[in-house]
Write a protein that binds this ligand. Structure first.
Ligand SMILES: NC(=O)c1ccc[n+]([C@@H]2O[C@H](COP(=O)([O-])OP(=O)(O)OC[C@H]3O[C@@H](n4cnc5c(N)ncnc54)[C@H](O)[C@@H]3O)[C@@H](O)[C@H]2O)c1
Length: 307
Protein backbone atom coordinates (compact mmCIF):
# COMPACT_ATOMS: atom_id res chain seq x y z
CA UNK A 1 0.00 0.00 0.00
CA UNK A 2 1.53 3.32 -1.05
CA UNK A 3 0.72 6.22 1.30
CA UNK A 4 3.90 8.31 1.31
CA UNK A 5 5.63 9.40 -1.89
CA UNK A 6 8.90 11.29 -2.29
CA UNK A 7 9.38 13.36 -5.44
CA UNK A 8 12.97 14.16 -6.35
CA UNK A 9 13.19 17.09 -8.79
CA UNK A 10 10.76 20.02 -8.88
CA UNK A 11 11.21 21.41 -12.38
CA UNK A 12 8.55 21.25 -15.07
CA UNK A 13 7.01 17.95 -13.94
CA UNK A 14 7.47 17.60 -10.17
CA UNK A 15 5.05 20.23 -8.78
CA UNK A 16 2.01 19.17 -10.86
CA UNK A 17 2.69 15.56 -10.01
CA UNK A 18 2.90 16.39 -6.29
CA UNK A 19 -0.37 18.35 -6.40
CA UNK A 20 -2.17 15.50 -8.17
CA UNK A 21 -0.86 12.84 -5.77
CA UNK A 22 -1.99 14.90 -2.78
CA UNK A 23 -5.52 14.87 -4.24
CA UNK A 24 -5.36 11.10 -4.03
CA UNK A 25 -4.76 11.25 -0.28
CA UNK A 26 -1.01 10.80 -0.58
CA UNK A 27 1.48 12.42 1.77
CA UNK A 28 4.05 13.88 -0.61
CA UNK A 29 7.52 15.06 0.37
CA UNK A 30 9.19 16.90 -2.49
CA UNK A 31 12.87 17.80 -2.83
CA UNK A 32 15.03 19.67 -5.33
CA UNK A 33 18.75 20.31 -5.26
CA UNK A 34 18.20 23.95 -6.33
CA UNK A 35 16.68 26.34 -3.73
CA UNK A 36 15.13 28.52 -6.47
CA UNK A 37 13.36 25.47 -7.92
CA UNK A 38 11.78 24.88 -4.50
CA UNK A 39 10.63 28.51 -4.43
CA UNK A 40 9.19 28.26 -7.95
CA UNK A 41 7.49 25.01 -6.98
CA UNK A 42 5.35 26.87 -4.39
CA UNK A 43 3.71 28.98 -7.10
CA UNK A 44 3.43 26.00 -9.45
CA UNK A 45 1.73 23.94 -6.75
CA UNK A 46 -0.80 26.71 -6.16
CA UNK A 47 -1.50 26.98 -9.90
CA UNK A 48 -1.89 23.20 -10.24
CA UNK A 49 -4.23 23.19 -7.23
CA UNK A 50 -6.54 25.73 -8.80
CA UNK A 51 -6.68 23.68 -12.03
CA UNK A 52 -7.46 20.57 -9.98
CA UNK A 53 -10.26 22.46 -8.24
CA UNK A 54 -11.75 23.16 -11.67
CA UNK A 55 -11.47 19.50 -12.57
CA UNK A 56 -13.30 18.71 -9.34
CA UNK A 57 -10.79 15.98 -8.59
CA UNK A 58 -11.03 15.09 -4.92
CA UNK A 59 -11.64 18.74 -4.10
CA UNK A 60 -11.11 17.94 -0.45
CA UNK A 61 -7.34 17.75 -0.14
CA UNK A 62 -6.93 14.63 1.90
CA UNK A 63 -3.20 14.35 1.26
CA UNK A 64 -0.46 16.94 1.62
CA UNK A 65 2.68 18.29 -0.05
CA UNK A 66 5.73 19.14 2.01
CA UNK A 67 8.66 20.86 0.29
CA UNK A 68 12.10 20.20 1.68
CA UNK A 69 15.70 21.05 0.81
CA UNK A 70 17.00 17.88 2.43
CA UNK A 71 17.08 14.67 0.44
CA UNK A 72 17.08 12.41 3.50
CA UNK A 73 14.07 14.24 4.87
CA UNK A 74 12.18 13.68 1.59
CA UNK A 75 12.84 9.97 1.18
CA UNK A 76 12.75 8.80 4.81
CA UNK A 77 9.64 6.62 5.25
CA UNK A 78 8.64 6.92 1.57
CA UNK A 79 6.83 3.88 0.16
CA UNK A 80 7.60 5.14 -3.33
CA UNK A 81 10.28 7.52 -4.64
CA UNK A 82 9.60 9.18 -7.99
CA UNK A 83 12.83 10.43 -9.56
CA UNK A 84 12.13 13.40 -11.72
CA UNK A 85 15.54 14.99 -12.37
CA UNK A 86 16.92 16.05 -15.80
CA UNK A 87 17.03 13.51 -18.61
CA UNK A 88 20.70 12.56 -18.16
CA UNK A 89 21.66 9.09 -17.06
CA UNK A 90 24.55 10.28 -14.87
CA UNK A 91 22.34 12.72 -12.93
CA UNK A 92 19.74 10.02 -12.37
CA UNK A 93 22.41 7.48 -11.38
CA UNK A 94 23.79 9.96 -8.85
CA UNK A 95 20.35 10.35 -7.28
CA UNK A 96 19.93 6.55 -7.01
CA UNK A 97 23.35 6.28 -5.36
CA UNK A 98 22.46 9.02 -2.87
CA UNK A 99 19.07 7.59 -1.87
CA UNK A 100 20.33 4.00 -1.68
CA UNK A 101 21.33 4.15 1.99
CA UNK A 102 18.37 6.34 2.94
CA UNK A 103 15.51 4.07 1.89
CA UNK A 104 14.55 0.51 2.63
CA UNK A 105 15.62 -2.09 0.01
CA UNK A 106 11.93 -2.65 -0.78
CA UNK A 107 10.98 0.98 -1.38
CA UNK A 108 9.84 1.23 -4.98
CA UNK A 109 11.93 3.62 -7.07
CA UNK A 110 10.17 4.95 -10.15
CA UNK A 111 11.73 7.09 -12.85
CA UNK A 112 9.77 9.61 -14.88
CA UNK A 113 12.39 9.37 -17.63
CA UNK A 114 11.02 10.17 -21.07
CA UNK A 115 13.12 7.60 -22.81
CA UNK A 116 16.21 6.26 -21.04
CA UNK A 117 15.63 2.49 -20.95
CA UNK A 118 14.63 1.37 -17.45
CA UNK A 119 16.91 -1.64 -17.91
CA UNK A 120 19.87 0.79 -18.20
CA UNK A 121 18.83 2.73 -15.10
CA UNK A 122 18.53 -0.51 -13.14
CA UNK A 123 22.30 -0.93 -13.37
CA UNK A 124 22.64 1.98 -10.94
CA UNK A 125 20.54 0.64 -8.07
CA UNK A 126 20.73 -2.29 -5.71
CA UNK A 127 17.66 -4.50 -5.75
CA UNK A 128 16.69 -3.50 -9.32
CA UNK A 129 13.52 -5.59 -8.97
CA UNK A 130 11.92 -2.57 -7.26
CA UNK A 131 12.71 -0.12 -10.06
CA UNK A 132 10.05 0.78 -12.59
CA UNK A 133 9.36 3.40 -15.26
CA UNK A 134 6.48 5.74 -14.41
CA UNK A 135 6.23 8.11 -17.33
CA UNK A 136 3.79 10.93 -16.71
CA UNK A 137 2.59 13.20 -19.48
CA UNK A 138 2.94 16.99 -19.26
CA UNK A 139 1.05 18.76 -17.63
CA UNK A 140 1.05 15.92 -15.08
CA UNK A 141 -1.81 17.24 -12.96
CA UNK A 142 -4.15 17.27 -15.98
CA UNK A 143 -3.19 14.37 -18.27
CA UNK A 144 -4.50 11.16 -16.69
CA UNK A 145 -2.45 8.62 -18.66
CA UNK A 146 0.79 7.27 -17.15
CA UNK A 147 3.03 4.76 -18.93
CA UNK A 148 4.29 1.97 -16.67
CA UNK A 149 7.48 0.43 -18.00
CA UNK A 150 9.01 -2.81 -16.88
CA UNK A 151 12.80 -3.05 -17.11
CA UNK A 152 14.41 -6.45 -17.61
CA UNK A 153 14.85 -6.88 -13.86
CA UNK A 154 11.62 -5.29 -12.62
CA UNK A 155 9.63 -7.70 -10.47
CA UNK A 156 6.05 -8.40 -11.60
CA UNK A 157 4.89 -7.41 -8.08
CA UNK A 158 6.46 -3.97 -8.54
CA UNK A 159 4.48 -3.50 -11.76
CA UNK A 160 1.27 -4.67 -10.09
CA UNK A 161 1.78 -2.32 -7.14
CA UNK A 162 2.40 0.70 -9.36
CA UNK A 163 -0.48 -0.14 -11.68
CA UNK A 164 -2.88 -0.51 -8.75
CA UNK A 165 -1.55 2.68 -7.20
CA UNK A 166 -2.17 4.69 -10.40
CA UNK A 167 -5.67 3.23 -10.69
CA UNK A 168 -6.39 4.05 -7.03
CA UNK A 169 -5.71 7.72 -7.85
CA UNK A 170 -8.33 7.63 -10.61
CA UNK A 171 -5.61 7.80 -13.28
CA UNK A 172 -4.98 5.56 -16.28
CA UNK A 173 -1.95 3.23 -16.23
CA UNK A 174 -0.77 1.89 -19.58
CA UNK A 175 1.58 -1.10 -19.38
CA UNK A 176 4.54 -1.47 -21.73
CA UNK A 177 5.50 -5.11 -21.95
CA UNK A 178 8.88 -4.26 -23.49
CA UNK A 179 11.38 -1.55 -22.54
CA UNK A 180 11.53 0.06 -26.01
CA UNK A 181 13.49 3.35 -26.49
CA UNK A 182 11.27 6.40 -26.05
CA UNK A 183 8.49 4.21 -24.68
CA UNK A 184 5.21 4.39 -26.58
CA UNK A 185 3.77 7.87 -26.13
CA UNK A 186 6.95 9.55 -27.33
CA UNK A 187 7.52 7.10 -30.19
CA UNK A 188 4.09 8.00 -31.55
CA UNK A 189 4.58 11.72 -30.90
CA UNK A 190 8.04 11.76 -32.48
CA UNK A 191 6.79 9.93 -35.58
CA UNK A 192 4.21 12.71 -35.92
CA UNK A 193 6.74 15.49 -35.21
CA UNK A 194 9.21 14.14 -37.77
CA UNK A 195 6.52 14.25 -40.45
CA UNK A 196 5.15 17.73 -39.59
CA UNK A 197 8.62 19.29 -39.42
CA UNK A 198 9.45 17.71 -42.78
CA UNK A 199 6.24 19.05 -44.38
CA UNK A 200 6.97 22.57 -43.12
CA UNK A 201 10.60 22.32 -44.19
CA UNK A 202 9.64 21.22 -47.70
CA UNK A 203 7.28 24.21 -48.01
CA UNK A 204 4.16 22.05 -48.24
CA UNK A 205 2.36 23.94 -45.49
CA UNK A 206 2.78 26.83 -43.02
CA UNK A 207 3.17 26.05 -39.26
CA UNK A 208 -0.18 27.70 -38.38
CA UNK A 209 -1.99 25.63 -40.97
CA UNK A 210 -0.44 22.32 -39.97
CA UNK A 211 -1.34 23.06 -36.35
CA UNK A 212 -4.96 23.64 -37.42
CA UNK A 213 -4.89 20.55 -39.62
CA UNK A 214 -3.60 18.23 -36.89
CA UNK A 215 -5.47 19.72 -33.91
CA UNK A 216 -8.86 19.95 -35.62
CA UNK A 217 -8.43 16.88 -37.86
CA UNK A 218 -6.81 13.83 -36.33
CA UNK A 219 -6.06 15.38 -32.91
CA UNK A 220 -9.69 16.21 -32.17
CA UNK A 221 -10.79 12.75 -33.34
CA UNK A 222 -8.03 10.83 -31.51
CA UNK A 223 -9.23 12.10 -28.13
CA UNK A 224 -12.39 10.06 -28.72
CA UNK A 225 -11.27 7.25 -31.07
CA UNK A 226 -7.81 5.77 -30.42
CA UNK A 227 -5.57 4.94 -33.41
CA UNK A 228 -6.20 1.19 -33.35
CA UNK A 229 -9.96 1.83 -33.16
CA UNK A 230 -9.46 4.35 -35.98
CA UNK A 231 -8.14 1.53 -38.19
CA UNK A 232 -11.46 -0.23 -37.70
CA UNK A 233 -13.37 2.98 -38.30
CA UNK A 234 -11.54 3.69 -41.57
CA UNK A 235 -11.46 0.04 -42.63
CA UNK A 236 -8.40 -2.19 -42.99
CA UNK A 237 -8.85 -2.27 -46.78
CA UNK A 238 -8.67 1.53 -46.99
CA UNK A 239 -5.62 1.60 -44.73
CA UNK A 240 -4.01 -1.10 -46.87
CA UNK A 241 -4.61 0.79 -50.13
CA UNK A 242 -3.32 4.11 -48.80
CA UNK A 243 -0.39 2.80 -46.78
CA UNK A 244 0.82 0.65 -49.69
CA UNK A 245 1.87 3.81 -51.57
CA UNK A 246 2.04 6.43 -48.77
CA UNK A 247 4.36 4.63 -46.32
CA UNK A 248 7.18 4.77 -48.86
CA UNK A 249 6.75 8.54 -49.18
CA UNK A 250 6.65 9.40 -45.47
CA UNK A 251 9.65 11.10 -43.89
CA UNK A 252 12.11 8.52 -42.58
CA UNK A 253 15.14 10.70 -41.83
CA UNK A 254 17.41 9.31 -39.12
CA UNK A 255 18.99 12.59 -38.01
CA UNK A 256 17.45 15.75 -36.55
CA UNK A 257 15.86 18.00 -39.18
CA UNK A 258 17.82 21.13 -40.27
CA UNK A 259 14.83 23.31 -39.31
CA UNK A 260 15.26 22.27 -35.68
CA UNK A 261 19.07 22.52 -35.75
CA UNK A 262 18.88 26.03 -37.31
CA UNK A 263 16.40 27.22 -34.66
CA UNK A 264 18.70 25.99 -31.89
CA UNK A 265 21.73 27.68 -33.49
CA UNK A 266 19.72 30.94 -33.55
CA UNK A 267 18.90 30.56 -29.83
CA UNK A 268 15.21 30.02 -30.64
CA UNK A 269 14.33 27.23 -28.23
CA UNK A 270 10.61 27.92 -27.99
CA UNK A 271 8.60 29.33 -25.09
CA UNK A 272 11.58 29.17 -22.72
CA UNK A 273 13.59 31.61 -24.90
CA UNK A 274 10.66 33.79 -25.97
CA UNK A 275 10.43 32.30 -29.45
CA UNK A 276 10.80 29.23 -31.62
CA UNK A 277 8.30 28.43 -34.34
CA UNK A 278 6.15 31.25 -32.94
CA UNK A 279 7.06 34.34 -30.84
CA UNK A 280 6.04 34.87 -27.21
CA UNK A 281 6.05 37.76 -24.75
CA UNK A 282 6.06 37.08 -20.98
CA UNK A 283 2.38 38.18 -20.86
CA UNK A 284 1.39 35.98 -23.79
CA UNK A 285 3.13 32.98 -22.18
CA UNK A 286 1.16 33.37 -18.94
CA UNK A 287 -2.08 33.79 -20.88
CA UNK A 288 -1.28 30.81 -23.14
CA UNK A 289 -0.63 28.56 -20.15
CA UNK A 290 -3.90 29.62 -18.49
CA UNK A 291 -5.84 29.17 -21.70
CA UNK A 292 -4.35 25.76 -22.48
CA UNK A 293 -5.04 24.50 -18.95
CA UNK A 294 -8.63 25.82 -19.18
CA UNK A 295 -9.25 24.06 -22.49
CA UNK A 296 -7.65 20.78 -21.42
CA UNK A 297 -9.78 20.79 -18.28
CA UNK A 298 -12.94 21.58 -20.29
CA UNK A 299 -12.24 18.79 -22.81
CA UNK A 300 -11.51 16.29 -20.07
CA UNK A 301 -14.73 17.12 -18.26
CA UNK A 302 -16.72 16.60 -21.46
CA UNK A 303 -14.96 13.30 -22.25
CA UNK A 304 -15.65 12.08 -18.72
CA UNK A 305 -19.31 13.01 -19.13
CA UNK A 306 -19.20 15.63 -16.35
CA UNK A 307 -20.65 18.47 -18.48
N1 LIG B 1 9.03 18.19 -19.39
C1 LIG B 1 8.22 17.26 -19.88
O1 LIG B 1 7.32 17.52 -20.69
C2 LIG B 1 8.38 15.84 -19.42
C3 LIG B 1 7.31 14.92 -19.61
C4 LIG B 1 7.44 13.62 -19.13
C5 LIG B 1 8.61 13.22 -18.51
N2 LIG B 1 9.63 14.12 -18.36
C6 LIG B 1 10.85 13.63 -17.70
O2 LIG B 1 10.80 14.03 -16.35
C7 LIG B 1 12.14 14.27 -15.87
C8 LIG B 1 12.20 15.69 -15.37
O3 LIG B 1 11.87 16.55 -16.43
P1 LIG B 1 11.53 18.10 -16.22
O4 LIG B 1 11.06 18.59 -17.55
O5 LIG B 1 10.68 18.27 -15.02
O6 LIG B 1 13.01 18.65 -15.96
P2 LIG B 1 13.44 20.10 -15.45
O7 LIG B 1 14.80 20.33 -15.99
O8 LIG B 1 12.37 21.10 -15.67
O9 LIG B 1 13.54 19.88 -13.85
C9 LIG B 1 14.47 19.04 -13.27
C10 LIG B 1 14.67 19.48 -11.83
O10 LIG B 1 15.58 18.56 -11.21
C11 LIG B 1 16.42 19.31 -10.35
N3 LIG B 1 17.63 18.53 -10.11
C12 LIG B 1 18.75 18.41 -10.86
N4 LIG B 1 19.63 17.57 -10.28
C13 LIG B 1 19.04 17.15 -9.13
C14 LIG B 1 19.45 16.28 -8.09
N5 LIG B 1 20.63 15.67 -8.12
N6 LIG B 1 18.61 16.09 -7.05
C15 LIG B 1 17.41 16.73 -7.00
N7 LIG B 1 16.98 17.56 -7.95
C16 LIG B 1 17.78 17.77 -9.01
C17 LIG B 1 16.66 20.62 -11.07
O11 LIG B 1 17.06 21.63 -10.16
C18 LIG B 1 15.29 20.87 -11.70
O12 LIG B 1 14.48 21.68 -10.85
C19 LIG B 1 13.07 13.99 -17.06
O13 LIG B 1 13.55 12.68 -16.99
C20 LIG B 1 12.14 14.18 -18.25
O14 LIG B 1 12.58 13.45 -19.38
C21 LIG B 1 9.53 15.42 -18.77
Amino acid sequence: MIRRVAIIGLGTMGPGMAARLARGGIEVAAYDIAPDAIERARAMLAAADSVLDNLEIASERTGSVRLTDKLEDAVADADLVIENVPEKEEIKADVYRKIEGLISPDTIVASDTSGIPITKLQAHISNPARMVGMHWSNPPHIIPMIEVISGEQTAPETIDTIRDFIRSLGLLPVLLKKDVPGFVENRVLYALLREVVDLVERGVIEPEDIDTCVSWGIGYKLAVVGPMALLDMAGMDIYHSVSSFLNADLCDRKDVAPLVRDQIAAGKLGIKSGGGVYSYSPESIAELQRERARKLVAIRRILEGKD
